[in-house]
Design a binder for this molecule. Structure first.
Ligand SMILES: Cc1ncc(COP(=O)(O)O)c(C=O)c1O
Length: 378
């Protein structure tokens, strides 16, 4: 039996943390900070331009447009696609509210469909019933770091633009093709604890469509054309600032090793937990999984969560409520297409174990031993 009883005096293992990562790259972050501080531009300068170019190259897209958050990237993405009042946008209900809120912000109606039981990603077979003459876009979410099957979604909904919600999926791929390059447009979040995060809020869109790129640049900067004081459309003040862009250039250089660190942690969990009753994350089903989260399913979720926390192991439920059941949707229209057979079971069964690249092997084994101890009744 795994003995975790004497280990509870050890420091707690948080479910997510960036502190050690930042200590490791502190000098590079300081240099980035100094560069911006000593310059004369704090918005729309060289850091942002270079970061956008580097991020687009990483994704394999024509361009990327830095904005103030992932939510903004989704919202402006929908506006760039021309989605508005009277339109419907198909997405999943087991996501962060931002995915659906963006649809509602532009005046369209979210249509929620069910997800695949192995990947928790949009199930392409649901689309036949969900599509209507009002459907203007589909937003698949690359849940927990594994890409939705955008190829199958495209085949099931030909001609409908796809906006990837890639907030969980920096560095992931679908059959070798990078997240961010799979749809007409993609939206990433740089919330600090994401696989790649800023030191504050930030986001970016990626696209290979030059018209969408131009529209997004206008939308994020007050509708301005290339000529100053020429505001052609009702845009927003939602740019990614120079300081965050400079930090993100450092983080982009670290992305591959961050992903490898997360995959190392996942491999230990996969091996150590395979004999427990937990359903473990399906691995690399459609391509490279980057494990933004390591999410298991448990029939005793609440008891397991309490046990882990009591033993100094972080455990978190993401997301505890389907978006269509959030209070905000009491006052805003939405539609559920078909039955949410899989999605509706997730809130009471999902649990995230600690997942960050700087976890030591010993710490990961301690987490695993604590889970094993729960099932062995210690
Ligand atoms: C799936 C998903 N979509 C969108 C967002 C929104 O990103 P942000 O917090 O940067 O606005 C998040 C971030 O938490 C997310 O997890």
């Amino acid at each position: 039996m795994a003995d975790v009883s004497q280990k509870t005096n050890l420091p707690p293992i948080p479910v997510e943390s960036i502190h050690r990562y930042h200590l490791k790259i502190r000098d590079q972050l300081r240099t980035a900070f100094e560069e911006v501080l000593e310059g004369d531009r704090f918005t729309l300068g060289v850091q942002l331009a270079e970061f956008e170019r580097e991020f687009a190259t990483y994704c394999g897209t024509f361009s990327a447009v830095g904005v103030s958050s992932g939510t903004t990237a989704l919202t402006l993405g929908l506006r760039a696609l021309g989605v508005g009042p009277g339109d419907e946008v198909i997405t999943v209900p087991n996501t962060y509210v931002a995915t659906a809120f963006a649809i509602t912000y532009v005046g369209a109606t979210p249509v929620f469909v069910d997800v695949d039981p192995d990947t928790f990603n949009l199930d392409p077979s649901t689309l036949a019933d969900a599509l209507s003459e009002k459907t203007k876009a589909i937003i698949p979410v690359h849940m927990y770091g594994q890409c939705a099957d955008v190829d199958a979604i495209r085949a099931a909904a030909p001609g409908i633009p796809i906006l990837e919600d890639a907030a969980h999926a920096h560095g992931a791929d679908l059959r070798g093709k990078s997240a961010g390059s799979l749809g007409e447009l993609a939206a990433f979040s740089f919330y600090p604890t994401k696989v790649m995060g800023a030191l504050g809020d930030g986001g970016i869109t990626a696209t290979s469509n030059a018209e969408l790129d131009a529209k997004l640049r206008q939308l994020r900067y007050m509708g301005q054309t290339t000529t100053k004081h020429d505001h052609e459309i009702l845009g927003y003040q939602e740019r990614l600032d120079e300081m965050q862009a400079a930090f993100l250039r450092v983080k982009l250089g670290q992305l591959a090793s961050q992903v490898e660190g997360r995959r190392r942690v996942a491999a230990i969990y996969d091996e150590r937990l395979s004999a427990t009753p937990l359903a473990l994350p399906a691995k690399d089903v459609t391509g490279k999984h980057v494990y933004y989260m390591y999410t298991v399913l448990s029939d005793e979720r609440e008891a397991l969560r309490t046990f882990l926390i009591d033993h100094g192991v972080g455990a978190q439920v993401v997301y505890p409520r389907l978006v269509n059941e959030q209070g905000a949707y009491r006052d805003h229209p939405y539609r559920v297409a078909g039955e949410l057979k899989v999605a509706s079971t997730l809130p009471e069964r999902i649990l995230n174990l600690p997942m960050w690249a700087e976890l030591t092997d010993d710490e990961v084994h301690r987490v695993a031993s604590t889970v094993v101890a729960f099932y062995e009744g210690s």
